[in-house]
Design a protein around this ligand. Sequence first.
Ligand code: ZN
Length: 461
Amino acid sequence: MCRRGRNSWFALVASVALFATPPALRAQTAAVTYFEGARLLTGDGVVLENAAFIVANDRIVGVGRRGDLPVPPGATRVDLSGKTVMPALVDDHVHMGYRAGTSFTAANYTRENLADTLDRFAFYGVAAVLEAGTGRGDLPYRVRAEAKSGARYLTAGSGFGMPDAGPSGAMGGSAYGVTTQEEARRDVRELAAHKPDMVKIWVDDRNGTVEKLKPNLYRAIIDEAHKNHLRVMAHVFALDDVKDLVRSGIDGFAHMVRDKDVDDELIAMLKQRPDVFFVETLWGQHRALYTERPAWVDDPALRQAFSAADIKALADELTPDPGADPKAVARARALAANNLRNTAKLYAAGVRLGLGTDTGGVTGGQYFGLGSHMELEFLVKRAGLTPMQAIMLGTHTAAEILGLDDLGMIGPGKSADFLVLDANPLDDIANTRRIDKVYLRGQEFPRAALSAKWQGAPAGK
Ligand SMILES: [Zn+2]
């Protein structure tokens, strides 16, 4: 099930011993909680039945079996019998700020909307997100620096493409348009001053409609980014571009290869560069992945986070349109099928895959958080991963890709960010959406209060 499961288990036991008297427990001011009785998925392949774990302030300080792990004096005890606990998710490809309900425009890119979007991710148990190159001006860095209630905000700031060939539509104008290597290097240095969490580039001619970022320009961007200790993630579509980017030293990909099947040459190249990651963004192709309206779109729980207009828009997207151009439908379905096959093939080859959805972008829609859970369901029910593999991809690996060492796992020293579920996702991955509670940084996230606020919002918001 998991390559590292056994080693991690020993590490966990050793850590529990080391943390037998956590320093945090000695502090008079520490708020200590002993959670007990749940099935615990640690995020790296281990499952503990009848588990216990200790949270002191915002950190996990002990993990073990109920009965084996001592209850610290004065700890608050929380009984989670019958529940399943898993680490909070991390989404490595989102677009912040443009969408507010059914509205999709740059005018929505405000401090308030960014904060609301982070709350929406948190509502669904997404602890951190990476904004993939469509930040506007200085605002993302300012919001990133503020203390907020919701998901952790990582940003690639403004990405890079040929002029007017990066992000399009509402998100247009957010990226640098570059034509010379000198310009590209200067813009990377300007971006680097903001300490972005990643650099994003677009290498795609959008089915022949725009000019693709030229290889001499992306090589200059990658080189300059590396000189500034930044990693570069590429929006890609075609296998040939992916290969040339790997040869050019790219760090990862914001999408899967979608034009054709990956081949042995690419897999051999990736084996030489095991840190190179792919984000599969199946949710971005959700329209093409259904041939009939799925039952989950009628789940009453969706109403906690989405308006009737949002849900109707989603149901319409997922219901095949008999008036649609059959050629366009066939092409979209073929591209989605390519993504699924390539995701399965690269996963089986041991390539590093992390959860990403494109939520908030042109195809990802306004379904912040929901899309991250649906990505897990696509990975299991369409790409053939096991529920445990998908959960590890969406927690431990997604966090690791962003360098978030304290997320993606439930273990000593990690940030206390986790989901309490009413049903076991190892039985059915759709159970990750049966959320009882979300904890971020040791605090229960106020889901009910936010839901009440959103349900009271005016129509269209
Ligand atoms: Zn995107």
